[in-house]
Design a protein around this ligand. Structure first.
Ligand SMILES: CC(=O)N[C@H]1[C@@H](OP(=O)(O)OP(=O)(O)OC[C@H]2O[C@@H](n3ccc(=O)[nH]c3=O)[C@H](O)[C@@H]2O)O[C@H](CO)[C@@H](O)[C@@H]1O
Ligand SMILES: C=C(OP(=O)(O)O)C(=O)O
Length: 428
């Protein structure tokens, strides 16, 4: 099992490039199920979840080529025949986003069997809203031996009000609605840029969608979709993680190839913490110069455009280095504080009561052996290790490999002392 060894103390200097967003790429790959034609996606990140999705689609009979010719970040998918419309547990268990194939599969083939995703480190993560929505569109759903089976002759348009805002729930049902008969109106939708990115691909495939990126989406179903080519948005969470890496190390870092418009809440919070940012059209320069100037500022996670839950753990690492008391309230997932105990092992002063963590700073961090528990918790521990005194060893970095492309190589390129020990990702 791979580990990272990180020696703290270096300010990060130079330019670091942001990859495509895994959370856009995953639904866009699933959208290829909706057509017999070829879908070409550009700016696909080379991360483990994308390889898992490739396996998932291939196991159903799709032809999927990840990176071809010299275009390492391009993917070609053709779902001409879906001989086995089943998402098997062996694949689903390693990636929560597998539930994204449920809607497109039942819409295209009239039948889908998808293994129920289990709970994960950050919370229970039910998919009841996906099921409820598909039932409202006329699908019959049964559950047996850990699998959901959805069947329909053809989905029908419906009026669906989400009880709770759900990102992949909005994406899953949006895909299903594109091939349904008649109009579907969704209310209380997720407004995340990843939903808008997916809607742009679906529109390029011939879908009739209005309102993506707002709380209400209208879809006029069509009988067939065609192939398309689409470029995936930059990863706003990777970009935010690098901004914090620059700020926490007192560096001068140009975070390039990002979309600052998607980072409003993160930018404004970092500025409230005293971080100096120069925001360009597709880059942000973080110029802290002196990490000693960081001040505490509270965060509370919310759906987009609020402060993202996927940046909470990384922000907590920064809060350990800010002067004063920071409260961090996690409103989206019930158990997303797994990084706290590990940060405490490194010398942080953090207490947790219910959904709120209180961080008292600034505390010097020391190296330790720590354990990654989920994707963003892993990033938080790397950030802490970059300013810790001595050599930190992070175990279970396979969590991080799910969603960050060549993380250690990118950080090394701007002066971090970080190396991987164990089997090299992708060569096992
Ligand atoms: C692949 C992907 O895009 N993952 C992102 C997506 O996850 P994901 O789409 O799984 O997260 P959701 O937006 O669905 O979850 C939000 C909340 O709704 C609850 N819920 C969700 C669905 C449902 O059927 N029933 C239900 O109760 C969840 O338990 C959670 O408390 O959005 C999250 C919230 O921004 C991010 O942290 C994840 O990185
Ligand atoms: C929680 C995340 O991903 P997933 O929904 O795939 O678990 C994430 O990207 O931070």
């Amino acid at each position: 099992m791979d580990k990272f060894v990180v020696r703290g103390g270096n300010p990060l200097l130079g330019t670091i490039k942001v990859s495509g967003a895994k959370n856009s790429a995953l639904p866009c790959m699933a959208a290829a199920i909706l057509t017999e034609d070829e879908v070409i996606l550009e700016n696909i990140p080379q991360v483990r979840d994308i390889e898992t999705e490739r396996k998932l689609l291939a196991s159903m009979g799709a032809e999927v080529e990840l990176g071809y010719g010299r275009a390492q970040h391009r993917t070609r998918i053709r779902c001409a025949v879906l001989s086995d419309p089943v998402a098997k547990y062996e694949i689903v268990k390693t990636m929560r986003a597998s539930s994204l194939v449920l809607g497109p599969l039942v819409a295209r083939t009239g039948i889908a069997r998808v293994a129920m995703p289990g709970g994960c480190a950050i919370g229970g993560r039910p998919i009841d809203l996906h099921i409820k929505g598909l039932e409202a569109m006329g699908a019959t759903i049964t559950q047996e031996h850990g699998y959901l089976e959805a069947r329909t002759d053809r989905l029908k348009g419906a009026h669906i009000v989400f009880d709770k805002i759900t990102v992949t729930g909005t994406e899953d049902l949006l895909m299903a609605a594109t091939l349904a008969e008649g109009e579907t109106v969704f209310e209380n939708c997720a407004r995340e840029p990843e939903v808008t990115d997916l809607a742009a691909l679906l529109t390029a495939m011939g879908a009739k969608i209005e309102g993506a990126g707002t709380g209400t989406i209208h879809v006029q179903g069509v009988s067939k979709l065609h192939g398309a080519r689409h470029r995936i948005n930059p990863d706003r969470i990777e970009a935010g993680t690098f901004l914090i890496a620059g700020a926490i190390t007192g560096g001068d870092l140009n975070v390039d190839c990002c979309e600052p418009k998607h980072l409003g809440a993160v930018i404004s919070k970092l500025e409230q913490c005293g971080v100096k940012l120069d925001v360009g059209t597709d880059n942000i320069r973080v110029r802290s110069g002196d990490a000693a100037g960081l001040k505490a500022s509270d965060i509370s996670t919310e759906e987009y455009p609020g402060f993202p839950t996927d940046m909470q753990a990384q922000f907590m690492a920064l809060a350990t280095q800010a002067e004063g008391t920071t409260t961090v309230t996690e409103n989206i997932f019930e158990n997303r504080f797994m990084h706290v105990q590990e940060l405490i092992r490194m010398g942080a002063n953090i207490t947790v009561a219910g959904r709120t963590a209180t961080v008292r700073g600034k505390t010097p961090l020391q190296s330790a052996a720590v354990m990654c528990s989920d994707l963003r918790a892993s990033a938080s521990l790397v950030l802490a290790a970059l300013v810790a005194d001595g050599e930190t060893i992070l175990d279970r970095v396979y969590h991080l490999d799910r969603g960050y492309e060549h993380f250690e190589e990118k950080l090394r390129g701007v002066g971090a002392q970080i190396r991987r020990m164990g089997d090299v990702f992708g060569k096992k």
